[in-house]
Design a protein around this ligand. Structure first.
Ligand code: AP5
Ligand code: MG
Length: 215
């Protein structure tokens, strides 16, 4: 089963993708998480990603598509995936169609999560993430333990993302409006898009997404 979780920065894509992977037994593929891992490794490619990410700009399509091609070759992704934060441009969506077609697969559902800009800024500026396992927290809505230990992997790398300032979050939102929101028009004629209210308790939003997936 191949599913897209779609929505602006801070909509809750990563949070909800984590809940879905357990239920659907397919991996979460977050290009943002993969780029942060590459950056953390200190590689040249990671530094190239950083030059765009730190400013809230989209990373060029060819770099993103190379990452996706490699990721989809891994054993755990042979039966489907939950795409989180990808595709972000129409060119990426068209390329993904081509890759999946070659694998005899196709996108089954696009779940578009709707959240207002005010709520996005509150969420993003209060977010904390575990650099080791990707677990997401929010200082107010789901605070990490006071000693900084991750509840998911027991690591001690729970930090604030570099791009989670109000200024960079606003830039990411502008990029979303300019490049990513139009991607919905690629999937709408195929009848694949389900719109879900992304505001509410985590479990409530999860139920809405499950219903949109017919579960
Ligand atoms: P990426 O990491 O994908 O960032 P994003 O799309 O900006 O999305 P976020 O991760 O910020 O938000 P999210 O929707 O996952 O929300 P989360 O669950 O964490 O990309 C980062 C950068 O990488 C981009 O700017 C770009 O430079 C580059 N990039 C990545 N992919 C690319 C691509 N395909 N092409 C080109 N460039 C690419 O939740 C947010 C916060 O809200 C958390 O604190 C969470 O605890 C809280 N929260 C979640 N749900 C709720 C709820 N229901 N109620 C209250 N709080 C909630
Ligand atoms: Mg995310």
């Amino acid at each position: 089963m191949d599913i897209l979780l779609f929505g602006p920065p801070g909509a809750g894509k990563g949070t909800q993708a984590k809940l879905l992977t357990e239920e659907l037994s397919v991996p979460q593929i977050s290009t943002g998480d993969m780029m942060r891992a590459e950056r953390k490794s200190g590689s040249d490619l990671g530094q190239r990603f950083d030059s765009f990410m730190s400013q809230g700009l989209l990373v060029p399509d060819e770099l993103v598509l190379e990452l996706i091609e490699q990721r989809l070759k891994k054993a755990d992704a042979q039966n489907g995936a939950i795409f989180d934060g990808f595709p972000r441009t129409t060119a990426q969506a068209e390329a993904l169609d081509g890759i999946l077609t070659r694998l005899g697969r196709s996108i089954e559902r696009v779940v578009s999560m709707e959240v207002s800009l005010d709520e996005i800024l509150t969420r993003v500026t209060g977010r904390r993430v575990c650099l080791d396992c990707g677990q997401t927290y929010h200082v107010r809505y789901s605070p990490p333990p006071a000693d900084g230990t991750c509840v998911s992997c027991s690591g001690s790398n729970v930090v604030q993302r570099k791009d989670d300032t109000e200024e960079v979050a606003q830039k990411r939102y502008d990029e979303y409006k300019a490049w990513t929101e139009p991607v919905l028009a690629h999937y709408q004629p195929k009848g694949l898009v389900a719109t879900v209210d992304g505001v509410g308790a985590l479990e409530e939003v999860h139920q809405r997404i499950s219903s949109a997936l017919g579960r």
